[in-house]
Design a protein around this ligand. Structure first.
Ligand SMILES: Nc1ncnc2c1ncn2[C@@H]1O[C@H](COP(=O)(O)OP(=O)(O)OP(=O)(O)O)[C@@H](O)[C@H]1O
Ligand SMILES: [Mg+2]
Length: 411
């Protein structure tokens, strides 16, 4: 039980941590990309401005100065293109790869050519003499390096996240263990207390029971009213003995030690139980049927399994009114034995279905212990099924009936 809580705690911790780290990495990437791109754009704009300043109108034609300082500014992944006012290319410098599509558009652009992403900044050329618009200049550069930097950043961030998660996972295992340990210890103490208290109650209960039995055995000279009181004492003591036995069972039987497991024939356990409870069903005018496959073998504890199915059969008979039907069907599926205990009884409300396996839970709280039980029967049945690596599920409809399905792994 605690292993499950521990694992769930660790998983939630890792999910929260990866969300935080993921959010942090995304924020870092966005800020980094934005500022790097801004820097690149600024550089390109500066280059385009220098190139624009070095183009002049000569007899109606744009002339590009030869000793351009932008020549020195050009890095190997950059290029410059000059256009006339109509957008026709009239000169270029730098890397030929960036033959960006014409027509030109003023401003900043990012185009994809083949595998390359090209960033460009286009500015108008204004003649320095008469302030006349004479064409455009476009400075462009490949974003290959930029993309490479981003790839490295992505790799670094995801590697960092993975390393952080692995380290936190290891730390988390230790932390959850530390956090659960006191709860586990106090749960163990509580269980021990329940077991001890139930155990200690056994002897006085037995003493009351035997004294009441002796008194009832020799009723001579006893008033009738006193005999009835002794009867009530005897019956209440029986009830309490059952309750303490049940509590002791739940406190002690968390799992079956491997050495006490034996090969059990479930078919014979079930057919014995059907015979045993047939008279009780007949007395209540309930039709009690069974349909059992032969040779249903599993590894487990025969006494516990008998108790599991006794509890289910007792419930089915108890919560089914006369003229009803109780049916037990047991079959072998691929790796499991599946036993259905069906009844046409009072049924269970949908909102109660998940509570019925809780200790001391009963649908009708007003009923006295004598009319039903303590509400431990299904908790014990579920504990036994789990001890055997199995599980009990239930489907039910109010006023129609219930079906308890027990799945137990085979040998
Ligand atoms: N076959 C059934 N049909 C309808 N209700 C059921 C059935 N089985 C169980 N229940 C409901 O679930 C509750 C819990 O069952 P459980 O067997 O744990 O306790 P109980 O029968 O009341 O007492 P005991 O400890 O004697 O078994 C019952 O009180 C009843 O309300
Ligand atoms: Mg019961």
């Amino acid at each position: 039980m605690f292993e499950k809580i521990r694992r769930r705690l660790l998983l939630s911790y890792l999910i929260v941590l990866s969300l935080i780290l993921g959010g942090f990495a995304i924020a870092v990437r966005i800020v980094f990309t934005h500022s790097l791109l801004e820097q690149q754009t600024e550089k390109l704009s500066a280059l385009a401005q220098v190139a624009a300043a070095n183009a002049e109108l000569d007899n109606g034609q744009i002339k590009i100065e030869n000793d351009l300082p932008q020549d020195k500014l050009l890095e190997k992944h950059q290029g410059l293109h000059w256009f006339n006012t109509k957008g026709n290319l009239i000169g270029k410098q730098g890397n030929d790869v960036f033959d960006l599509p014409i027509p030109v558009a003023e401003g900043e652009q990012i185009n994809t050519i083949g595998k390359n992403r090209i960033q460009s900044v286009t500015l108008p050329i204004i003649s320095s003499d008469d302030k006349q618009f004479i064409g455009y200049v476009r400075a462009s550069q490949s974003l290959e390096e930029f993309d490479e930097t981003l790839n490295k950043l992505d790799l670094g961030l995801s590697g960092g996240i993975i390393v952080a998660l692995v380290i936190s996972g290891v730390g988390g295992v230790w932390l959850t263990r530390q956090a659960i340990q006191p709860i586990e210890e106090s749960f163990e103490r509580l269980k021990q207390f329940t077991a001890d208290a139930s155990h200690e109650l056994r002897s006085p209960l037995m003493a009351i029971q035997s004294n009441a039995a002796v008194a009832l055995k020799y009723p001579e000279g006893m008033r009738e009213a006193d005999a009835e009181k002794f009867q009530a004492i005897s019956s209440a003591t029986n009830q309490m003995t059952r309750l303490t036995e049940d509590l002791l069972f739940l406190a002690r039987h968390d799992n079956i030690p491997n050495q006490s497991k034996e090969t059990v024939n479930l078919s014979s356990i079930l057919s014995n139980l059907v015979q045993l409870y047939q008279p009780q069903a007949v007395a209540k005018q309930i039709s009690f049927k069974s349909q059992l496959s032969q040779k249903l073998y599993l590894l487990g504890d025969a006494n516990q399994l008998t108790r599991l199915f006794t509890n289910l059969i007792q419930n089915a008979i108890h919560y089914t009114p006369s003229e009803g039907t109780v049916k037990i069907i047991a079959n072998l599926s691929t790796s499991h034995i599946v036993v259905n205990v069906q009844d046409t009884g009072v049924g269970i409300a949908p909102e109660d279905l998940e509570k019925i396996f809780d200790r001391f839970w009963r649908a009708d709280k007003s009923r006295s212990y004598n009319s039903g039980g303590s509400g431990l029967g299904l908790a014990i049945a579920q504990a036994i099924a789990q001890n055997h690596g199995g599980l009990i599920t239930v489907t039910s409809q109010l006023g129609v009936g219930s079906c308890f399905t027990v799945r137990l792994p085979t040998v």
